[in-house]
Design a protein around this ligand. Structure first.
Ligand SMILES: [Zn+2]
Ligand SMILES: [Zn+2]
Length: 130
């Protein structure tokens, strides 16, 4: 079992198998939401995701149409968004090895001016062409 939680532990979850994918996103919204150079998000089918705590402390913000960012209202950590077919899990929330590594970088064209992008994994200017 692969487990995750927010900083204060109010929000906990588990997945039974490694996520299908993990991406690094350099867009300005992911920078704001993480307070860092980029966001790292894992994606797994929502039916393979399970909350192991109450979800009462989760609050949501729609950062762009149809795209919800979820947070713990106690500690402010990003937490998974499972509103769509694929759960979007902030990779920093994992407490155990998720068994997947970043496969690509997106929105490299919007990266922070103060951050130098690594050569690996492959970086796209905007969305993944797939
Ligand atoms: Zn929390
Ligand atoms: Zn992004």
């Amino acid at each position: 079992m692969i487990n995750g939680s927010c900083l204060c532990g109010s929000v906990r979850f588990e997945i039974k198998e490694p996520p299908e994918r993990m991406n690094i996103c350099h867009c300005s919204m992911c920078r704001k939401v993480t307070g860092s150079a980029y966001g790292v998000f894992a994606h797994i089918r929502s039916d393979r995701f399970r909350w192991t705590s109450s979800v009462d402390s989760i609050v949501e913000y729609e950062s762009s149409t149809g795209h919800v960012r979820a947070f713990c209202h106690t500690c402010g950590s990003s937490v998974p968004n499972v509103k769509t077919e694929f759960a979007c899990i902030p990779a920093g929330a994992f407490d155990s090895d998720p068994g997947v590594r970043p496969m690509l970088q997106i929105f490299a064209g919007s990266k922070a001016t103060w951050y130098a992008i690594a050569q690996d994994p492959v970086a796209y200017e905007e969305f993944d062409p797939d």
